[in-house]
Design a protein around this ligand. Structure first.
Ligand code: XMP
Length: 515
């Protein structure tokens, strides 16, 4: 059976992925496309509806992303959100202006047309989430205003005889009280989609697709040991068995006993992996490097050459698989760098080999999914909890947790400190209630006193955060007892650290890792 799905044209909003996720939660698949995807390509996919996302632009700015007007003649329902709304209005000859104040946050939305399909079943007054600077000031006669707020006279409009709708607020954000109902109305009442997407179908489809695509070729997978790469490996292994070659690179920047742990887990799960010891080459290239972006670049290059060497040993290898998930893509894709604001050149995408160089095609079965969706898939595949609920560990490993220059001594200090933290998170039963926890070793030494002796050692940071999607995060509110225990143990047991501090910043404005 052909699945119904919606196409989301991404104009660079931080929330585009959220729209995709919410619609998948309704049981309808989504295809997230760059805003400049050609109309013929969109049409060839036969979507039941199109959503134009928000974005950090002004329609009047030079070079701001727009779409062809032809999209409005396709006879496919369209919903514009925030910047997407402004584009629709602009392309129909409406006027958009900078408002006096940036409207950000909660607003009361009043429906002006209660019999509008988009707002079916929604109370006349409800809370919505706004995030915009520009405002639609007037609209073409082909549209009618269907909602407003106290500071935004045109907060929603619809076409008088076509299925084109637009809202200034963000229905995909949780804080919009009836956001899900609005999306539901669009997906089911307006686009007439049938709900037929679920994770079980996703797994079977992914397996079938990989089988067909790989055929008799071989696949090489950069295996990191995190949940994403385990799930990726497991799905591909189910599809093509031993034509999958999992390569685990020991960069020397892993957590204590990580290699042994991975080895045991893979054995338990019948997943063949090859461990490559590349400690020396990574470390020698990183010696003396301070700049975090250069560190990442070197690590990417080293991964690339290790992979290249390995791929040459495998006959008929045609594909490179990666455990990329959606949050990896949004923070580092080159299109996004143009559209939104580049945050770090990072994650699987930036850190792993360039497949074109290796003449390999990419397989990324989880690219559209969020961490919690990946975990649910892992659960369905029967992966142990130890894998499913493991905190994420960055590809460049401990190198980005040693600020400044890296050397063997610092790596060993950090490994010991991280190991103590992990033990205490488990002892205090905290591990599962926080999203990520680690230590950062600073390039700063300070004076301390231990056993009547003056010390002059490194300061380290404890970073523990809670987050839903790793795009935003808050520091975890941990007990003083726990903080004291971790701090005491690290200072007493790890030679080289004499001062611990706790990082109490959120993301944004900070990031999770320090680098
Ligand atoms: P930031 O520091 O950007 O981190 O707030 C968000 C999440 O991504 C992880 N992270 C990485 N993961 N390669 C990875 O695979 C990387 O280069 C990388 N940098 C950050 C980070 O640990 C957090 O979970």
């Amino acid at each position: 059976m052909k699945k119904d799905f919606l196409c989301i044209l991404d104009f660079g909003s931080q929330y585009s992925h959220m729209i995709a996720r919410r619609i998948r939660n309704l049981g309808v698949d989504t295809l997230l496309c760059d805003y400049d995807t050609s109309i013929s390509h969109i049409l060839s996919k036969k979507p039941k509806g199109i959503i134009l996302s928000g974005g950090p632009f002004s329609v009047y700015e030079n070079g701001s992303p727009l779409i062809s007007k032809k999209i409005f003649q396709l006879d496919i329902p369209i919903l514009g959100i925030c910047y997407g709304m402004q584009i629709i209005s602009f392309l129909f000859g409406g006027k958009i202006e900078k408002s006096k104040f940036k409207e950000y946050g909660k607003a009361y939305f009043i429906i002006d047309h209660s019999n509008n399909n988009l707002f079916y079943g929604i109370p006349k007054k409800s809370i919505v989430w706004m995030s915009h600077f520009d405002q639609v000031k007037n609209i073409s006669k082909k549209f009618q205003i269907i909602g407003h707020t106290s500071s935004c006279a045109i907060a929603a409009f619809s076409h008088i005889n076509k299925e084109i709708y637009a809202v200034q607020f963000h229905p995909e954000v949780k804080n919009t009280e009836f956001g899900m109902s609005i999306l539901k109305n669009f997906v089911f009442n307006i686009c007439k989609c049938t709900s037929n997407w679920d994770l079980k179908n996703f797994i079977q489809n992914a397996i079938d697709k990989i089988k067909k695509r790989v055929d008799k070729g071989k696949v090489i997978l950069g295996f990191s040991g995190g949940v994403d790469s385990f799930v990726t490996a497991y799905i591909i292994h189910k599809a093509i068995g031993n034509s999958l070659n999992c390569i685990f690179v020991d960069t020397g920047l892993l957590l204590k006993k990580e290699k042994e742990r991975i080895s045991i887990l893979c054995q338990k799960m019948n997943l063949p992996i090859k461990i490559i010891d590349a400690k020396n080459r990574f470390l020698s290239r990183l010696t003396g490097v301070i700049d975090p972006e250069i560190k990442r670049k070197i690590i990417g290059e080293e991964f690339l050459s290790v992979f290249y060497k390995e791929s040459e040993k495998i006959k008929n290898v045609k594909f490179l698989a990666q455990g990329t998930i959606y949050s990896d893509v949004i923070e580092s894709s080159s299109k996004k760098e143009k559209l939104s604001y580049s945050i770090k050149s990072h994650h699987n995408v930036g850190g792993l080999p360039d497949p074109t160089f290796m003449k390999l095609k990419l397989i990324e079965p989880l690219k559209e999914l969020f961490k919690d969706e990946v975990r649910k898939i892992g659960q369905k595949l029967g992966l142990p909890e130890e894998i499913l609920y493991r905190h994420p560990f960055p590809g460049p490993g401990l190198s980005i947790r040693i600020i400044g220059e890296i050397n063997e001594k610092k790596i060993s200090i950090l490994k010991e400190a991280e190991s103590i933290l992990l033990q205490e998170l488990k002892n205090y039963n905290i591990y599962d209630s926080v999203s990520q926890a680690f230590i950062v070793l600073l390039p700063v030494k300070s004076v301390g006193v231990m056993g009547d002796k003056r010390t002059y050692e490194y300061a380290a940071v404890l970073r523990v955060i809670n987050t839903e999607d790793f795009m935003t995060a808050t520091f975890s509110h941990l007990s003083y007892d726990f903080l004291e225990k971790v701090s005491n143990r690290i200072i007493n047991e790890v030679d080289g650290i004499n001062r611990m501090v706790y990082d109490i910043t959120s993301k944004p404005p900070s990031t999770i890792e320090w680098e």
